[in-house]
Design a protein around this ligand. Structure first.
Ligand code: 13P
Ligand code: SF4
Length: 301
């Protein structure tokens, strides 16, 4: 493994590339990345980088978001088929039909969507800014896509607006149950329970905090508590432990794995650098429109 890591580092230098890793990537990928973060942090950081080649260890929509915000850069996704079923939960035709049905509504799309869907949206949001984005937009009716649990959470926090919420969900977060909360709380009664807003509403209701992956990292750092129960993808725990070695982190029930995030292995990453693959290419008109939705969101962050 060490030899492979050395080879990757040398190749990265030779290509003048930067390696970005999402918080859910395998520990060895997180460790050799130049930056590790949530999907928005990774996209935003690219704009400040001088390097022209970005290797995005994550899933397709994340690499597309980087490309949309930094179109002049070459963006490589090492695992070609690393998709996100949540992002695929709504098609362009379905969204066009919704827009026709609710012409006065603003389409708010979670960043976990394809570039085409972003291009058809009024504004994007992330799990950390969804409530403030929806609160502040000048529309009383909102089509919220594609995640029903995040949508339900936003709706719960904003009573004055009317919501049309799409039925998509993340198969990883959907697996956490109320029983998991009760059992884990029984084991660690002093622990703080943090869950991602992609979890089911009853799991959200039983937690102490409903936050994004970066929100969890912040709570763990700032809290005086020593034990935390984590309701999100298993590898965030590696990052939480690394940043807070004196604290304890437990999964909410069984560890839940996003198989798409694990498709980026050291050998895929090595191949990506050797063969300079798989480059993200997007239609310029799509980039332009999708960028507007993302930039509109950045105004509210
Ligand atoms: P973040 O927005 O925290 O990066 O999460 C993305 C994701 O895929 C959650 O399942
Ligand atoms: Fe998509 Fe869920 Fe995996 Fe996040 S954890 S990338 S939402 S499948």
């Amino acid at each position: 493994m060490d030899k492979m890591i050395d080879k990757i580092k040398k190749l990265k230098k030779y290509l003048g590339a930067v390696i970005l890793a999402h918080n859910y990537q395998a520990p060895e990928i997180q460790d050799l990345s130049d930056f590790c973060g949530d999907s928005l942090e990774l996209a935003k950081i690219c704009r400040r980088l001088k390097e022209n080649t970005i290797v995005l260890c994550g899933v397709q929509f994340m690499a597309e978001t980087v490309k949309i915000l930094s179109p002049a850069k070459r963006v490589l996704l090492p695992a070609k088929d690393a998709g996100c079923p949540l992002a695929d939960a709504i098609t362009s035709d379905e969204l066009v039909a919704l827009k026709k049905k609710y012409p006065a509504a603003w389409v708010v799309s979670y960043v976990n969507t394809s570039a085409k869907i972003k291009a058809l949206s009024n504004i994007c949001c992330t799990s950390s800014n969804a409530v403030s984005v929806v609160k502040n937009i000048p529309a009383d009716q909102v089509i919220f896509i594609p995640d029903k649990n995040l949508g339900a959470w936003v709706k719960k926090n904003i009573s004055q607006k009317e919501f049309v919420i799409w039925k998509g969900f993340c198969y990883v977060h959907e697996q956490f149950t109320l029983e998991d909360v009760n059992q884990t709380r029984g084991l660690y009664p002093e622990a703080v329970i943090m869950v991602h807003p992609e979890c089911r509403p009853e799991v959200q209701d039983a937690a102490n905090f409903i936050v994004s992956t970066s929100g969890m990292l912040k709570i763990a750092k700032d809290s005086s508590k020593l034990q935390f129960i984590v309701g999100t993808e298993a590898n965030l725990i590696y990052r939480l432990k690394k940043k807070n070695p004196q604290k304890e982190f437990y999964s909410l029930g069984n560890a839940r794995i996003c198989i798409n995030m694990k498709k980026t292995t050291l050998s895929e990453l090595y191949d990506s650098l050797v063969k300079e693959q798989y480059e993200i290419t997007l239609d310029e008109a799509i980039i332009e429109k999708a960028r507007k939705s993302l930039e509109e969101m950045i105004k509210y962050v």
